[in-house]
Write a protein that binds this ligand. Sequence first.
Ligand code: RTP
Ligand code: MG
Length: 156
Amino acid sequence: KKKLSSTLEKTIAMIKPDAVSKVGHIMDMIFSDGFHMSKAIMAQLSRTDAQRFYAVHQQKPFFNELVDFITSGKVVAMELIGNDAVKHWRTLAGPTDSAVARSEAPNSVRARFGTDKQTNAVHGGDSPENAAKELNIFFGPQPQKNTAKLLDCTCC
Ligand code: RTP
Ligand code: MG
């Protein structure tokens, strides 16, 4: 069925530890594609929060490895707003496997900044409901209860 109008939506984009050094380039791509960025935070996820963040993958064989990866360094989480933001951001992110992304979507974030099927630069919420849950981990109403921590600059 053809969609007659697009809907203004919210999603989460998260830069994973392997691509945090490319935050500027990735934000450029996000703004160039017309998203509005309403929140952003750099944080180090605890194992507990990482397990919460990836709860949908609890039964997958790669779950523990995924939690190791996502807690291996800082991440940058962003709340993005735009028309069909969930789908739009997943398209800009590209296919899960960065090797596939390089052949099928060479201009995607994962093609440019990811490595393989796990180390793939960015995350995108897969539905408005899951995006809301994931945003809550970083920007929830009780920040003192979030184990995602605000980080101090290490140079000053
Ligand atoms: P994401 O949730 O991070 O936006 O990625 P996605 O929807 O494209 O992929 P998903 O199936 O939800 O997988 C979540 C993340 O788990 C890692 N992964 N590792 N070793 C593996 O076979 C494998 N498969 C997936 C990736 O980091 C993937 O983004
Ligand atoms: Mg996913």
